[in-house]
Ligand binder design. Structure first.
Ligand code: SF4
Length: 340
């Protein structure tokens, strides 16, 4: 541990050692009292903390600063595959051979049916996700018309994830009934270019700013387990904080055969928990949302994740991978003490 990284609220921290448990506890007490996240230096120091104090500190912050109403959503893959972009994690990129279903925009009836099913499960929001760099003008008008019908027939709160749209398109979707726009930063600014070369992270930031200008809330997170370091994960959390993001999907890479990341080893459950805990110290009041890749986690790890930071989740199936059983998830969330 580089001693210059430490901003110990209680005094000296021995260099070359994991940070003391008392340091972690005092940071947790300070964040719980103010709901202001830790500094980058403090977050880097937390990366050497022992597990239990780190988890207990994050649990204290979660109870004090994060919503106890668990935020659930479901997604539908509204247009699949054939994407010209080269994101290395993605089964939908046309650059790779991952054998997924490919189809154009789904019908309005299919969207209405899926949104109504989500509602019947008691899920709070319904999100339409489309592959590709961005929708074409005819797709924007077709999807706006579908969105109006879904809103009118189901009354669901609606989100959209449709790539690098401009403000004019985003305003059209806002008027049609979309209240939240999703665009993941995916990785730390320091390594995004290692995973995608066909667009930049600044284009994503511009899209999120345009969505906010159009009157939408924004939702943005990333993927862990692509080979990045814990310091790079911390960099992602700070990039999200600087944008004021309050809904943060945490995806755990499911290496997809045929993609360049197919042989990346699965991130160990302990690493996943440590990342969630540190995210909670950085983003005390955000909705930290379980997203892709979490269906493989044990019950014990899932419940611990809810205790130390996760207070939101995508329910059911993901875009190209099967998700967890909704009834089982609801029962676990309830038993973790959240309101559904
Ligand atoms: S993540 Fe999105 S933009 Fe990147 S390849 Fe997949 S569908 Fe295309």
């Amino acid at each position: 541990m580089n001693r210059s990284l430490l901003e110990n609220p209680s005094g000296t921290v021995p260099s070359g050692q994991p940070v003391p448990d008392s340091y972690v506890r005092q940071l947790a007490e300070r964040v719980s009292a103010t709901c202001e996240g830790v500094s980058e230096a403090e977050a880097a120091a937390l990366s050497s903390a022992s597990d239990e104090p780190l988890y207990d500190g994050a649990a204290m912050i979660t109870r004090s600063c994060a919503s106890r109403k668990f935020d659930t959503c479901s997604i539908i893959n509204g247009k699949s595959g054939r994407c010209p972009e080269d994101c290395k994690w993605c089964a939908q990129s046309a650059h790779y051979h991952s054998h997924i279903a490919e189809y154009p925009l789904v019908s309005t009836a299919r969207l209405v049916e899926a949104a109504a099913l989500s509602r019947s499960h008691g899920i709070g929001r319904f999100s339409i996700v489309t592959s590709g760099r961005r929708l074409k003008p005819d797709e924007v008008s077709a999807l706006c018309s579908s969105v109006r019908e879904v809103a009118a027939k189901t009354g669901m709160k609606l989100c959209l994830s449709a790539g690098l749209l401009d403000e004019e398109d985003l305003k059209a979707f806002r008027e049609a009934g979309i209240s939240r726009y999703h665009c993941n930063l995916e990785a730390s600014p320091s390594c995004f270019g290692d995973y995608c070369t066909t667009h930049t992270q600044s284009e994503k930031v511009s899209t999120l700013e345009a969505a906010r200008n159009a009157g939408m809330e924004i939702c943005s997170g990333g993927i862990i387990g692509m080979g990045e370091t814990i310091i790079q994960r911390i960099g992602l959390a700070f990039a999200l904080r600087s944008l004021g993001v309050k809904s943060v999907p945490v995806n755990i890479l499911s290496p997809i055969p045929g993609t360049p990341l197919e042989n990346v080893p699965l991130l160990p459950e302990k690493e996943i928990l440590r990342t969630i805990a540190i995210f909670r110290f950085i983003l005390p009041d955000a909705a930290l949302r379980f997203a892709g890749g979490r269906a493989r986690l044990s019950d014990k790890t899932t419940l611990e994740a809810y205790r130390i930071g996760i207070n939101a989740s995508i329910m059911g199936d993901m875009l190209t991978t099967a998700g967890a059983d909704i009834g089982k998830d609801m029962a676990r969330i309830h038993s973790a003490g959240y309101i559904l």
